[in-house]
Design a protein around this ligand. Structure first.
Ligand code: F6R
Length: 241
């Protein structure tokens, strides 16, 4: 694990966008793994700027998102489909056919999970996976207790995660109880992983992920075994290191 500590959220976003852009420039048909949540928004904003001002093209890129809520259709404003189109895909030239996000309203969710794993394999695996981290150390929606050999599956969200995400919904009751997420083993197969974290609220999870014992109770601690994993975090998120 390499840890890059920068001053603030803006620098986290900029550094992350530079790494994504570097990957696309060296491999125009790169397979990129994306995350949602508040943290990557600044990175996506910077990538959009690079597309508009510097000609960064996503036309050959394939994308795979980490997760999606069960029960939210792609046009639901809180779905991760909607988020990705709003925050990155619409303003850039990525091809619709190359975008992959788990379908949270699939009739057969188990089959959807298998199909998702297969499509990652068919694409040749993920070259660069962006991650955020939950306050409880989750990555994707792999909550504490998720086995390190887990693959894409339906999971129950912890109450802390539902409460953390309630800020995007009208009430806690509206936050879905389940999600489809890539598993920890799925994430660990990405050739390169970059985890972003900003703010004091993430300091404990970041410190446990980097310095703590490898344990399924801190899913991000699995990353200690990844051969090419970079944490880009700001000073506040690094305050307990
Ligand atoms: C989102 C995801 C989650 C978030 C995490 C942090 O696709 O997989 O693991 O990265 O919950 O969320 P924020 O960035 O909102 O603090």
């Amino acid at each position: 694990m390499i840890v890059l500590v920068v001053r603030n959220y803006e620098e986290v976003s900029l550094e992350a966008a530079l790494k994504v852009a570097e990957t696309i420039r060296s491999k125009p048909d790169a397979v990129l793994g994306f995350a949602t949540g508040s943290t990557p928004i600044g990175c996506y904003r910077e990538l959009i700027r690079m597309h508009r001002m510097e000609g960064l093209s996503f036309s050959k890129v394939s994308t795979f998102n980490l997760d999606e809520y069960v029960g939210l259709s792609p046009d639901h404003p809180q779905s991760y489909h909607y988020y990705m189109f709003q925050n990155l895909f619409n303003p850039v030239d990525v091809k619709r056919d190359n975008i992959h996000i788990p379908n949270g309203v699939a009739e057969d969710l188990e089959e959807e999970c298998r199909r998702y794993e297969d499509s990652i394999k068919q694409a040749g695996g993920i070259d660069l996976q962006l991650l955020g981290i939950g306050r409880n150390g989750h990555i994707g929606f792999n909550e504490p207790g998720s086995p390190f050999d887990s693959r894409t599956r339906v999971v129950k969200l912890s109450e802390q995660t539902r409460m953390d995400n309630a800020r995007f919904f009208k009430s806690l009751g509206e936050v879905p109880t389940h999600a489809i997420t890539m598993g920890i083993a799925t994430i660990m197969e990405a050739k390169r992983i970059i985890l972003l974290a900003s703010g004091e609220a993430k300091a404990e999870a970041v410190s446990k992920a980097i310095k703590g014992p490898k344990t399924i109770m801190v899913p991000a601690s699995a990353l200690q075994d990844h051969p090419d994993c970079l944490f880009i975090i700001d000073k506040k998120a690094a305050s307990l290191l």
